[in-house]
Design a protein around this ligand. Structure first.
Ligand SMILES: [Zn+2]
Length: 339
């Protein structure tokens, strides 16, 4: 049995708390301040991790704290029984809007190592992660990705698009840093981590081939993917799709009436048959676009199954693993676009 216990601390569904954002942002700052104070008092770190971000070997199971579901799945897949993860974000949670809770700060402080995506995906958590990275070994899985393969962020100058997991060949370059970090913490298991890393890579490449085969059934000029937000640019590059999102690269800016009607106009003009919701973003945003297109006499459908973009599916379901998520999305997209 290679079951890894996983604690999902918080599973806040979707966003949609626009009215509360001021309050929760205030709390975020408060937690960050408390967090900084705790470290200043020397209460940080587990004692086993050596401090100053240096890794020392740990006794027993490695305690890893992870951010998004994609990161959690990678760390659990590679870590196997040697690692116990505490995931800050569960299925259905939008990482762009996620803010640190007091429980999160404890989980970060107690971790032997911390794993996160970076490139500002965890927008509200970014400063906290950088701060905690000075105390505990921290891996930003996008760190080793070749700069020239990262897509630019259209919304934020000088930054890159953080949704790298949609290009499997790029995503698996994040495996080595995870293997290296875990091996430093538990040198005896280094070979196992290496082997599981290979398996993870192989499964991802198999799923990549599956997606390639599936999308071939959609004529090239009909490969237009319209979704809740701009998460699919790497997917577009990898599989030859034109992509468009109702919201921008981050969901921090809500879509306005102008965005909805502009997108509806282009759906009508280009006769796009389907648009897709994402599991971590409220459906109503995309439904507003559908209604606006219908007002113009164009019946665009929204497949019942949401795409898994910034969060994967529930554990135990197909989309609950990285490679399964790639497959599930391909099936939904091909089904919706009539391939
Ligand atoms: Zn996103």
């Amino acid at each position: 049995m290679s079951v890894v216990r996983s604690t999902r601390l918080l599973e806040r569904g979707g966003s949609g708390f626009a009215g509360l954002s001021g309050v929760s942002r205030g709390l975020g700052f408060l937690f960050a301040a408390v967090f900084a104070a705790l470290f200043a008092m020397g209460c940080g770190g587990s004692g086993e991790s050596g401090g100053s971000g240096e890794a020392g070997a740990v006794e027993g199971t490695i305690q890893a704290t992870t951010t998004t579901t994609h990161i959690t799945d990678m760390v659990e897949s590679i870590g196997g029984d040697e690692v116990e993860t505490t995931a800050l974000m569960g299925p259905g949670v939008d990482p762009h809007l996620y803010e640190a809770s007091q429980g999160d700060i404890g989980a970060l402080q107690e971790a032997d190592a911390i794993f996160y995506n970076g490139l500002f995906l965890e927008g509200q958590l970014n400063d906290t992660l950088i701060q905690v990275g000075q105390e505990a070994p921290t891996v930003r899985v996008t760190e080793a990705m070749p700069e020239e393969e990262l897509l630019p962020s259209g919304d934020y100058e000088g930054q890159n698009d953080p949704h790298v997991w949609f290009d499997p060949e790029l995503w698996v370059t994040g495996v080595d840093p995870v293997v290296e970090q875990l091996s430093e913490l538990k040198p005896d298991a280094a070979e196992d981590f290496e082997q599981r890393g290979e398996e993870y890579r192989a499964e991802a490449m198999e799923a990549h081939e599956y997606v390639q085969e599936r999308v071939e059934s959609i004529p090239e000029d009909e490969r237009v993917l319209v979704t809740s937000h701009d998460a699919f640019s790497y997917f577009g590059e990898a599989y030859g799709f034109e992509v468009e999102g109702l919201q921008g690269l981050s969901t921090e800016t809500e879509a306005g009436a102008g965005d909805v009607s502009a997108l509806a106009d282009s759906l009508v003009e280009e006769e796009i048959p389907a648009i897709f919701v994402e599991s971590s973003i409220p459906r109503r945003n995309v439904e507003a676009v559908q209604a606006a297109a219908r007002d113009q006499g164009w019946d665009v459908t929204i497949p019942e199954q949401a795409l898994f973009a910034d969060a994967m599916g529930e554990p135990g379901t197909e989309a609950g693993t990285y490679s399964g998520m790639l497959r599930a999305n391909a099936d939904t997209i091909v089904g919706g676009l009539g391939g």
